[in-house]
Design a protein around this ligand. Sequence first.
Ligand code: KG4
Ligand code: ZN
Length: 376
Amino acid sequence: MLVLGVETSCDETGVALVENGRLVAECLASQTDIHAVFGGVVPEIASREHQRMLPVLFQNLLRKAGLTAQDIGAVAVARGPGLLGSLLIGMSFAKGLCLATGAPLIGVDHLHAHLLAPGLENELRFPALGLLVSGGHTHIYRLDSPTEFRLLGRTLDDAAGEAFDKVAKLLNLPYPGGRYLDDLSQGHEPDTKMFPKAYVHNDNLDFSFSGLKTAVAEYLAKRPHLAYAAMPDAQALRNGGALALAPHPQELALVAASFNWAVAETLRIKVERALAREPGLAALIVAGGVAANSHVRAAMFRIAQANGLVALLPHPALCTDNAAMIAHAGELALCAGYRHGLDVESVPRGRAVPRDWTRTAAGCAGMRLDRTDAEN
Ligand code: KG4
Ligand code: ZN
């Protein structure tokens, strides 16, 4: 079954085609550089950009794959949580396409899609512990199947990615600054006493990064010389310029290494606690933008190995927002027999995505078009 994925929940416009768990083609347009100077995503601009780019990306995708809209067996769309205006653009596009082609529709929880993304590269194993660390969320789940998620813990305030972005902003780095702090820290030992591990002295699985963020803010307020005098160009930073452009590279590298360590250590403590409470797991899944962080990845691979679990961490490009993960999650849900009607709603940030789909016995076999079968 050829499934189209549509992603417009934040500042990446994405379309992708997935078939039998493998990526066929994808087109992604990032708005990162448009929002960079504002220090965060401007919702109104994000919606307009999605509306401008989505049909063009879809045309490019079909051209790239050598297919027509009629070849699409089902449409999977990120229905939330996210910026409502942005979600509505993707949802309207998906519904329009379903109306025009007769393809079935499945609304996908963007957070669940992040955690299923490693399935595009490796076989997923269940039950699994899933750590989702993105710009908007820090959640720990138990996953019993691709459609059964139980939330075990969540952030009470800032998400891990938000803490990265806010610290980067204090240094005058463009948004989103997580990856630059990761770059700055490379090869430097952390000072493990410099910043507190956030919200670990309790017995729960929730997170709170606001204390750590405040500690870093107070540290930097006393050392204004550490911030970049003018906001560096994002492209120059992506080309490895973070350290070269820093006014005090050695001192800043130490701060970055210590901050990265404090975040990774906090995640490590909570994940180990969750593993101790959920025996019999087969895999540890870590996904979302912060799963691209080198320190977080290293810590999670170590934990998985020590606990005899398969580590399922997507390739860094698959960690941040993309449509391949939406198509993949949609395909898994469709194969389990789930569908949505054309009245499915988008879900803004802060609201849980309801399980309001309908289940049929058909699964993959009931799809409008199974290309593999049709070709054979
Ligand atoms: O999953 P994602 O693309 O978007 C959301 O759904 O939120 O995550 C974006 C977040 C941003 O906060 C960004 O700074 C962070 O992921 N991020 C990183 C790294 N790469 C992206 N944070 C730390 N280290 C990285 N290498
Ligand atoms: Zn995301």
